[in-house]
Design a protein. Sequence first.
Length: 112
Amino acid sequence: MILWHNPRCSKSREALTLLEARGVRPEIRRYLEDAPSYDELRAARTALALPAIEMMRTKEPAFREMGLSKTADDDTLLRAMAAEPRLIERPLAIEGTRAVLGRPPEKVLDLL
C-alpha cells in the first residue's frame, strides 16, 4: 500500500496510525516533496473512480489563484494538481488498482 501523506495534516496522521495499528506499514509518499506526475494523478483518479474535482482541496488558495473552477474538466484539474501538489486532497491510499481518499481517515481501512 502507498499512502500519499502530509505529516502536518491531522487526518493524514490519523489514517497512518489506523493502518499501523492493523499491522500495515504503507510506503509513505510525502507528495508535497515528491509531487505525483500527471500520469500518476490520472491513474489515481481511475483507481478512485471519482472525478478529478473530488481529489482536490478546492478551498486551498492555489485553487483560486490558478483560476480553477469546480466545473473545469478532469485534464485541467489533474494538470493543476501535478503543478501544485498542495491541491491534492489527503490522505490518499493506493493498493494495487484500488484507491481511497482518507476522508474520514477510517476510509483507508476499506483497502484492507
